[in-house]
Design a protein around this ligand. Structure first.
Ligand SMILES: NC(=O)CC[C@H](N)C(=O)O
Length: 729
């Protein structure tokens, strides 16, 4: 009997929900473990408080003396909450977060004068021994230093007994070694560009903040069951497993009543989030069995990105208390929905206006249309780069089916806005007559709020959909660090807004148009130029693939193919011009992502080999031996007539042998393909070889293993089955 599997099943099915104690009203506990404005005011001198505020609001540098005062206040606040350690908390290019805890505790070498200390220099900058993080060749070994530098725009927080200080991670020569530094630069670029354009409409605007509201989808699997599957443990997904008879076809899980064990997990998690100042608001069952979703209130992008990275860590930790393993993989199970991390993006002014929400006056609506159409133009110009920003080995499995968008980037805006754009396309060239202006203001621009109220149609196959007051970038994968896609999106829109401003000003200065006339003129041209990126239909259809090809849209189905756009001249120019990333930073990321791709497929190949050799084939042999015993017995009893009674057994013996032979053959072929790939010199070639020559064997191997699963005695099968993984809760 497959003891491990059955013990895991027993443990999982006897698991009572873990009780969760309420810790008070959310509004009262929210942010109590965050060194936020309120705690800063309480624990810092007025001078130190002012210094942090101007660093946050205007990017003013904090001097060392002031940093000492801030560190002192921060330490006192943290110690009043039982904190013993501090860490610079950063996001290296592994996609996850990194931390190295140091105690506040210090003593002299003879053990006298033990004391708790924390200085400004330790707060502001540190030099972690970071030579083992991916750097894509930025740091060569003799200059292997990297340092972390405090990012005051994301507040320090306490997790457990550690004070975590969000930082950027840069090389000694100043190149970003993390996801945060380029993001901060992109946010600054779009702030500058969008503020200039917003000032066309309102001179009071001084700052534009990109906002992000992510939606995190995930699967919860009992940890004993997860531990019984080497593939889940090592790759985050099932490499094998026959789909269960019941999957999601009854559509009975989505928004259904949340299972008690899961609800308790969610409540516990929400409590932690409240303390950490992560404003989670929504929780529900997602479409696939054992799939769920959590979403916060949107925040300023840098904070939202930090919060999502922190959340993924906290989700796993809280999961341990509830005996759940959280699967963030984009496609942990074949045949049911995968998981995305839809990024809801917008732009907010310091005057309290959402630039992607229609307003109440024609002027504010023209402002809305300006930002709306410029975003469309940006995506249209850089669709390939946007596709590259969401590329990963795991997201490749998700794109193109089960309510996840296809690999072709397009924009969904809904019927009503399509009509508005059609009408605007008819705007006259050059100066506008008073009648035309009145008509535009009353009947086109003036009507927008009403039509949007009716705009309730949704399109789940769209990678980038306008949803009334924001764009939803649905193609982002559930494991992703949002920084990558947000750096790209904010950069391309920043670049577009810079160009737009120049074009409008040229029409005003050279052609003598009024500002609103110039805006209408430029927008009209954009509408004409961006038709190809707009698509309202079924993103999965063959027709769309053909149509998209005719329109010249990219359709990169695999990561190695998609990533190439990251090192195009267009990308270098964009990031360079905006000071988001220099040539080395762009190139190193490309290399790191290719390496990551290679390693992921390599690991999957190895795990698959292990499972087939150590689980599937031995189990098939055991079952064959049972059948052989059975046939021998029948022969003993029935003599030469035994065949009549052993037909099925003999058939199964033949079929299982055939599948085992095939498994062996494919496994060897895969190993040969791996060897060939490994011998290649360039990472680019190696990634393509893994993608085109190694990975295709996975499905072939799976096919035979899954067939065996259907044939072999359930009692012998060692791998926990889909029905058990997906329906135990
Ligand atoms: N209902 C939904 O929005 C499903 C989305 C889907 N899980 C995805 O991969 O993006």
């Amino acid at each position: 009997m497959a003891t491990f599997r059955f013990e895991a099943l027993k443990a999982a099915s006897n698991r009572p929900p873990v009780a969760v104690s309420e810790i008070g009203k959310k509004s009262e506990i929210f942010g109590s473990n965050v060194f936020n404005d309120k705690s800063m005011r309480q624990h810092l001198t007025p001078e130190a408080y002012k210094a942090v505020r101007s660093a946050i609001d205007q990017g003013v540098k904090i001097d060392r003396r002031m940093a000492d005062y801030i560190a002192l206040g921060m330490k006192e606040w943290a110690m009043s909450k039982g904190v013993t350690h501090y860490t610079h908390w950063f996001q290296p290019l592994t996609g996850t977060t990194a931390e190295k805890h140091d105690a506040f505790f210090e003593t002299s070498f003879d053990g006298s004068d033990p004391v708790e200390k924390f200085s400004g220099s330790l707060l502001v900058q540190q030099e972690p021994d970071a030579s083992s993080f991916p750097n894509g060749g930025i740091r060569n070994t003799f200059e292997a230093r990297g340092y972390t530098a405090w990012d005051p725009t994301s507040p320090a927080f306490i997790f457990g007994t550690t004070l975590c200080i969000p930082t950027v991670f840069v090389s000694y020569t100043g190149e970003a070694l993390d996801n945060k530094a380029p993001l901060l630069r992109a946010l600054s670029a779009i702030d500058d560009a969008a503020t200039e354009v917003a000032r066309f409409f309102d001179k009071n605007v001084k700052k534009v903040t990109p906002t992000l509201g992510w939606e995190q989808e995930y699967f919860l699997i009992d940890d004993a069951l997860a531990a019984s599957r080497p593939d889940i443990l090592q790759t985050g997904r099932t490499l094998l497993g026959h789909v269960s008879a019941k999957g999601q076809q009854l559509e009975d899980h989505y928004f259904g009543s949340i299972p008690t064990r899961v609800l308790n997990y969610m409540r516990d998690l929400e409590n932690e989030c409240m303390l950490l100042g992560i404003p989670v608001k929504t929780r529900h069952n997602e479409v696939a069995p054992n799939q769920f979703e959590l979403a916060p209130i949107f925040e300023e992008t840098n904070l939202a990105v930090d919060h999502n990275s922190l959340l993924m860590d906290v989700m796993q930790k809280v999961g341990e208390r509830h005996h759940f393993k959280v699967l963030f993989h984009e496609k942990p199970f074949k045949g049911v929905n995968g998981s995305g991390k839809h990024n809801n993006w917008s732009l907010a002014t310091d005057t309290g206006i959402n630039l992607l929400a229609p307003g109440k006056t024609p002027n504010s609506n023209l402002q809305f249309l300006t930002f709306f159409i410029n975003t469309i133009k940006a995506v249209s110009n850089y669709e390939e780069l946007l596709r590259a920003s969401i590329a990963s080995a795991s997201n490749d499995h998700r794109l193109g089916a089960n309510e996840a968008p296809p690999a072709i980037i397009s924009i969904f805006i809904g019927q009503q806005l399509t009509k508005v754009l059609e009408e605007l396309e008819g705007v006259s060239t050059g100066k506008l007559s008073p009648e035309e202006k009145t008509d535009l203001k009353l009947n086109v621009v003036g009507k927008i709020p009403d039509v949007l109220l009716d705009n309730t149609d949704r399109n789940r196959t769209s990678p980038f959909a306008f949803t009334g007051n924001k764009f939803e970038f649905r193609a982002v994968g559930s494991t992703a660090n949002c920084a990558t896609s947000m750096t790209t999106l904010n950069s391309i829109v920043a670049k577009q807004l810079i160009d737009f401003k120049k074009e409008v000003e040229a029409l005003v200065e050279k052609d003598g148009l009024k500002k609103d006339e110039a805006i209408f003129n430029v927008l009209r041209e954009y509408i004409k130029e961006t038709k190809d990126i707009l698509f309202e239909g079924d993103g999965y259809s063959k027709e769309w693939e053909e149509e998209a090809a005719r329109r010249g849209l990219s359709n990169h189905k695999t990561t190695p193919a998609a990533l190439k756009a990251k090192v195009s001249k267009k990308a270098f120019d964009l990031f360079g011009e905006l000071n988001v990333m220099n040539h080395i930073e762009v190139e190193s990321r490309y290399e790191i992502e290719l390496e990551d791709y290679i390693k992921k497929i390599q690991i999957e190949g190895r795990v698959l080999g292990d499972i087939v050799r150590n689980h599937i084939i031995p189990t098939a042999f055991k079952y064959q031996n049972l059948l052989i015993e059975n046939v021998k017995g029948l022969k003993e009893i029935f003599g030469k007539d035994y065949e009549e009674y052993a037909t099925e057994q003999i058939l199964i013996l033949k079929k299982t042998s055939m599948h085992v032979n095939e498994l062996n053959a494919k496994l060897h072929a895969m190993m040969d393909a791996r060897k060939e790939a490994n011998a290649l010199e360039s990472v680019e070639k190696m990634a393509h070889a893994y993608c085109d020559n190694v990975k295709p064997y996975f499905d072939e191997i799976r096919y035979h293993a899954d067939k065996l699963e259907l044939m072999v005695d359930n009692e012998l099968w060692t791998l926990t089955k889909y029905r058990e993984l997906l329906f135990t809760r």
